[in-house]
Ligand binder design. Structure first.
Ligand code: GLN
Ligand code: ZN
Length: 781
C-alpha cells in the first residue's frame, strides 16, 4: 500500500489543475446589461463617475471569477471596454483627435465618451463594422502629424485585478498592424494618406506598453491581428514582418501571442512564423479550417505555442467535441504547446443559455453561449491532456445532442426542402420581370402616375416612447392584443395624415408595429428561435438580440398584409409594402451551421416571395424589399465574393420576381460605400433603389451612372443619422447634384434611411423641406 498522504483541510485544497484553455474576450455587459445601464446613467448625469467605475470593476471581477471557476489556465485581461476596444487602443497609443484633446485633459471619461459620441460642437470618430461581424468600432483618425504616446494605465490596472485574484492574466491588445490598417486619414488630410506609414512611429509605443505590462507581471501578451485574414498586399505583409521582428527583438517584454481570427491567415502565416514571436493563435472553424494545412506546410510551430481556435466563437451552436478533439490531436504534432480556445472573442455571442427560460429545454441543449463555450474549451483541453476517457461523459452528451438536432422535426421540413430544390431559373428571372426594363417602367408609370423626382421615405417613422410603451404594456398584460392594435393603428393614421399633408408621393405606413426589422419577421416565420436575454453588443451601449435560425423556414400566414392594406385604405396615394430581404434576414441572425447559407437564403426568399404575392394581390402597387446588409455581408477575402453575390442576388430575385410588370419593386441599402457592388445592385433587377448618400455628397449617384445603371434610383439627400434638420437649399443642391448623374425621369427624392431613431419634430420639418426641394427642382425641369 502506498503511504497515506495526510488529509488536507478543504480550505487549502490544491487549486484545480491549470488547463491549457483560454478565451480572447468575453461579453462586457453583465447578465442584466448592467454596464449599459451604468454608462447611459452616467451620460444622463444620474450615475456618478465613481459609481460607473465601481460597476465596471465589479463586472470585470465577476467575469474573471467565472472564467477561473470554469477552469481556464490563463484569463484574458484588458478586453473590457466602456464603449469599444478600438477606441481604447486609440487612447492607449495617444491617437486622440485635436478636437477631443481639451475634453480628455479635463476628464478621462468625458473625453473618452466625446470621441465615441461627439459633443454639441465636436463630431465623434466615425464608426464602422468590425470585419464581418455585427460589432462596430470607432475608426482611428490619423495624420502625418499624429504623435503617438503610450498610456498603459488601463491595461496595467486590469491585469492587476486578475493578479490580485491569484489569476494568470494575459493582456489582450489590438495589434499595431491591424490598428493602422483599420484607421483612416484624419478629416484634415487627403484620402491618399496611408496610416500604415506610421508603423515605425507606433512600434516604440507598443514596446513601452509591453515593458509596462511585463513590469506589472504579465507573462504573455496577446496582440490581435484579425486584419491579416483579409487579402493583404506585399507591402502590408512586409509591415507585418517588420512589426513582429521589431517587437519580438525587444528584451524587456512578455512572451508574445499574435492572434488571428475570422478566417484563414493565408500568406500572413509564413510571414508571422518567421518572426521571433513565441506563439500564434489561429482560427480552425469555417474557412479557418484551411489553417491546418497551411500550418503543416510551414513546418508547424516547433517549440512555440499554438492557441487553437476550434470552438466557433461567433455562432451559438454546441461544439462537435469529438471532431474538435481530433483536430487538436493533429495540431499537437505541429507545435510545442497547444492551448484550446474559441475561434475569436466571445464578445459576439450572448452570455449564458441558462437565462433562456422560453426555449424548449431540448432545443436549448443544442445551444452554447459564452459561458457554455468556455466550458467546451476547458473540456477539450482536459481531453487533450488526459485522453478521451477523461471527458467521456461530455463527449457522449455532445454526440446525443448533435444527433437529436440532426433528426429533429423542428429542423427539417420536407415541404420546404422540396420547394427549395424545385427552384429554377424561371423563378428568379420570371418572364414577366425579365421583360426589358423599359417596358416594365412604362406599365408602372401608367399605373402610378407619379411626378418626376417622386418623393418617398424609407419606411419607418419615429419609434416614439409611446409605441415602445404600448409594446411593454402588451407584454406585461396591461393591454390586450386589440388594445395594442388600436395604438398601432392610431400611429399609422398619424403617419399617413402627415405624409398626405406634407405632399409626399409614395407613402409608407411607418412600421410602428415593428420592434426590429429582422425580429418582426423572424417571430412570424417557422425555423427561427427568439431569445429573451441573448444580447450582443452592436456598438457602445447598443445591444441587439439576434434571432437564431435553427430550422427550415416557411411562412405560415401573411405577415404584413393587414397593416399595409389598412394604411392603403386611408389614402388614395400609393402605400409601399415593406419587407426585410433574405440576405438581411440572415446577416442579422445567428445562422445554421448545418445548411449552406445559400440554401437558407433560398428558403427565406421563398417565404418572402409568398408575402410579396399576397401584398400584390391585396392591391399594393409598390413593394420595397430592404437589403441593408447586402454590402456588409461581403466575404472578407475577395476570392469568396463572387459566389456570395451570386446566391445573395438570386435570393433577392427569388423574393421579387414573381410580380406583375406594373408592380414596382423597390430596394434599399445603407452604409456609404457601394462602388464595389454596383454590378450586384444591378443584378437585383429592382425597379427603384434608395441608397445612403447624403454624407458622401451623392457619390453613389456618380457610381451608378458610371456603371450605366439603367433603372431608377434615390440616393438619400437627408442624413437621418443626426437630429439636424437640413434646409431646403441644401436639399435642392443635393438633388441637382443627383440630376447631374441620373436623368430626372429616373431620380427619386428620399432620405438616407428610415426615421425610426428620429423624433417627430425634426422628422416632420426635414420631410417638409424635402418635398419643397423636390418641387423647386421639378419646376426647373
Ligand atoms: N424600412 C426600414 C426602415 O425604414 C429600413 C431600415 C434599414 O435600412 N436599416 O426602418
Ligand atoms: Zn437604411
Amino acid at each position: 500500500m502506498t503511504p497515506q498522504t495526510p488529509a488536507t483541510p478543504a480550505a487549502s485544497a490544491p487549486p484545480p489543475p491549470r488547463l491549457r484553455a483560454t478565451v480572447y474576450g468575453y461579453p462586457r455587459q453583465g447578465p442584466d446589461r448592467e454596464l449599459k445601464k451604468a454608462v447611459e446613467g452616467y451620460w444622463k448625469g444620474r450615475v456618478k463617475a465613481d459609481a460607473l467605475r465601481r460597476t465596471a470593476a465589479e463586472l470585470r471581477r465577476t467575469t474573471l471569477r467565472q472564467l477561473a471557476e470554469a477552469g481556464l489556465g490563463e484569463v484574458p485581461t484588458g478586453h473590457f471596454s466602456y464603449y469599444d476596444h478600438m477606441l481604447d487602443t486609440s487612447v492607449m497609443v495617444g491617437a486622440v483627435p485635436e478636437r477631443h484633446r481639451a475634453l480628455l485633459r479635463r476628464g478621462a471619461l468625458d473625453g473618452y465618451f466625446a470621441m465615441a459620441r461627439g459633443t454639441r460642437d465636436t463630431a465623434p470618430l466615425e464608426m464602422t463594422k468590425w470585419f464581418d461581424t455585427n460589432y462596430h468600432y470607432l475608426v482611428p483618425e490619423l495624420s502625418p502629424d499624429t504623435v503617438f504616446t503610450a498610456d498603459s494605465a488601463k491595461q496595467v490596472s486590469e491585469l492587476g485585478e486578475a493578479r490580485e485574484m491569484g489569476l494568470d492574466g494575459r493582456p489582450v491588445l489590438v495589434g499595431p498592424v491591424t490598428y493602422l490598417l483599420l484607421a483612416k486619414p484624419a478629416p484634415e488630410v487627403g484620402a491618399d494618406f496611408d496610416p500604415l506609414t506610421l508603423l515605425d512611429r507606433l512600434l516604440p509605443v507598443y514596446a513601452q506598453v509591453l515593458a509596462d505590462l511585463r513590469a506589472a507581471g504579465a507573462r504573455w501578451v496577446q496582440l490581435d491581428e484579425p486584419a491579416l485574414v483579409q487579402d493583404r498586399t506585399p507591402a502590408e505583409l512586409d509591415a507585418v514582418a517588420r512589426a513582429y521582428r521589431e517587437l519580438g527583438g525587444l528584451t524587456d517584454r512578455p512572451e508574445l501571442l499574435v492572434a488571428s481570427y475570422f478566417g484563414r491567415l493565408g500568406e500572413a502565416l509564413p510571414v508571422l512564423a518567421r518572426t521571433p514571436v513565441e506563439g500564434l493563435a489561429l482560427d480552425f472553424t469555417g474557412p479557418g479550417a484551411a489553417n491546418l494545412d497551411d500550418l503543416a506546410a510551414v513546418g508547424g510551430l516547433p517549440g512555440r505555442r499554438l492557441v487553437a481556435g476550434v470552438v466557433d466563437g461567433r455562432n451559438v451552436w454546441i461544439d462537435d467535441l469529438a471532431a474538435s478533439l481530433s483536430t487538436l490531436g493533429t495540431l499537437l504534432g505541429l507545435a510545442g504547446r497547444v492551448d484550446v480556445a474559441p475561434s475569436c472573442s466571445l464578445l459576439h455571442v450572448p452570455l449564458d443559455t441558462a437565462a433562456e427560460k422560453d426555449i424548449d429545454p431540448q432545443v436549448l441543449r443544442w445551444l452554447a453561449f459564452a459561458r457554455q463555450k468556455t466550458a467546451e474549451v476547458v473540456t477539450l483541453a482536459r481531453g487533450l491532456a488526459h485522453g478521451t476517457g477523461a471527458i467521456a461523459a461530455e463527449l457522449s452528451a455532445a454526440r446525443a445532442h448533435l444527433a437529436a438536432r440532426a433528426h429533429s422535426a423542428l429542423v427539417h421540413d420536407p415541404a420546404v426542402r422540396a420547394r427549395a430544390a424545385a427552384v429554377d431559373a424561371a423563378d428568379t428571372s420570371w418572364d414577366r420581370r425579365s421583360q426589358p426594363y423599359a417596358r416594365r417602367t412604362a406599365a408602372q408609370r401608367e399605373r402610378l402616375a407619379l411626378p418626376p423626382l417622386p418623393t418617398t421615405t424609407i419606411g419607418s417613422f419615429p419609434q416614439t416612447d409611446d409605441l415602445r410603451a404600448a409594446r411593454a404594456d402588451l407584454r406585461a398584460g396591461r393591454i390586450d392584443a386589440a388594445g395594442y392594435e388600436e395604438r398601432m393603428a392610431a400611429a399609422v393614421r398619424e403617419v399617413i395624415a402627415f405624409q398626405e399633408q406634407a405632399g409626399l408621393d409614395v407613402l409608407v405606413h411607418g412600421e410602428p408595429e415593428r420592434n426590429d426589422m429582422v425580429q418582426y419577421f423572424a417571430e412570424q416565420l417557422t425555423g427561427y428561435l427568439a431569445t429573451r436575454h441573448g444580447w450582443v453588443q452592436s456598438y457602445g451601449t447598443r445591444y441587439v438580440r439576434p434571432p437564431i435560425l435553427a430550422g427550415d423556414v416557411s411562412r405560415p400566414a401573411p405577415m404584413t398584409v393587414a397593416w399595409t392594406s389598412y394604411a392603403q385604405s386611408l389614402t388614395p396615394r400609393p402605400v409601399k409594402g415593406m419587407l426585410t430581404g433574405p440576405v438581411t434576414m440572415l446577416a442579422w441572425s445567428f445562422v445554421r451551421d448545418d445548411l449552406p447559407l445559400a440554401d437558407t437564403a433560398r428558403q427565406v426568399a421563398l417565404a418572402l416571395r409568398d408575402e410579396v404575392a399576397d401584398l400584390e394581390a391585396a392591391g399594393t402597387a409598390v413593394i420595397q424589399v430592404d437589403e441593408p446588409a447586402l454590402r456588409e455581408t461581403l466575404p472578407l477575402r475577395t476570392a469568396d465574393r463572387p459566389a456570395y453575390l451570386a446566391w445573395a442576388t438570386e435570393a433577392f430575385r427569388l423574393t421579387t420576381a414573381g410580380v406583375r410588370p406594373d408592380t414596382q419593386i423597390h430596394t434599399h441599402m445603407c452604409y456609404a460605400e457601394f462602388g464595389d457592388i454596383v454590378q450586384a445592385i444591378d443584378d437585383l433587377d429592382a425597379d427603384v433603389i434608395s441608397l445612403e448618400a447624403a454624407r458622401s455628397h451623392m457619390q453613389v449617384a456618380d457610381e451608378l451612372a458610371a456603371h450605366g445603371y439603367p433603372r431608377e434610383a434615390g440616393p438619400g439627400i437627408y442624413d437621418i443619422h443626426s437630429p439636424r434638420v437640413p434646409g431646403t437649399a441644401e436639399l435642392t443642391a443635393l438633388l441637382r447634384q443627383g440630376l447631374a448623374a441620373i436623368p430626372a425621369e429616373r431620380l427619386w427624392a428620399n432620405p438616407d434611411c428610415g426615421l425610426k431613431t428620429r423624433g417627430w419634430p425634426e422628422a416632420r420639418t426635414s420631410l417638409e423641406h424635402l418635398v419643397a426641394a423636390a418641387r423647386e427642382v421639378r419646376a426647373e425641369l
